[in-house]
Design a protein around this ligand. Structure first.
Ligand SMILES: O=C(CO)COP(=O)(O)O
Length: 148
């Protein structure tokens, strides 16, 4: 039986990049069995340090967070490790909030610090086909005119 692979997104703000790199190096073996995605700078550093392929999107402040959020909404990404910086304001704070929000909407397992990331990466659920994705009924235009 082939091992289950997941699509894992990794993102870190500048002051948290070293923490994420350390965490990813420690978990390199496990991460190597999955498809990795990252925002631009985080992805470049991860590829360099881990020597693993990473699908790199744009840098966070210029749309990368939104791209990760879109992939969550499309059902591509099924786990997010996002070491955001709680001690420094970010110019793209609305994008950061939007990413965290869409992850919550789609019930994606999200880790915002290494303690939670350790728990997610060591979860037995990581070796199972798993989706906690809610089944939203799309609200489509049904052609009815609003009553006057
Ligand atoms: O800003 C980010 C997340 O909000 C991360 O972007 P970079 O990986 O390009 O630094």
């Amino acid at each position: 039986m082939s091992p289950v692979t997941h699509h894992i997104a990794l993102v870190a703000h500048d002051n948290k990049k070293v923490d994420l790199l350390r965490w990813a190096e420690f978990n390199r073996g496990t991460l190597s069995r999955h498809h990795l995605y990252a925002t631009g700078t985080t992805g470049t550093m991860l590829e360099f340090e881990l020597g693993l392929p990473v699908t790199r999107l744009l840098s966070g402040p210029v749309g990368g967070d939104q791209q990760i959020g879109a992939k969550i909404a499309e059902g591509v990404i099924d786990m997010l490790v996002f070491f955001w910086d709680p001690l420094e304001p970010q110019p793209h704070d609305p994008d950061v909030k939007a990413l965290l929000r869409i992850g919550a909407v789609w019930n994606v397992p999200m880790a915002c610090n290494s303690a939670t990331a350790d728990m997610l990466i060591s979860s037995p659920m990581l070796s199972e086909e798993w989706t906690g994705r809610p089944d939203f009924t799309p609200r489509t235009w049904d052609g009815e005119q609003p009553s006057a």
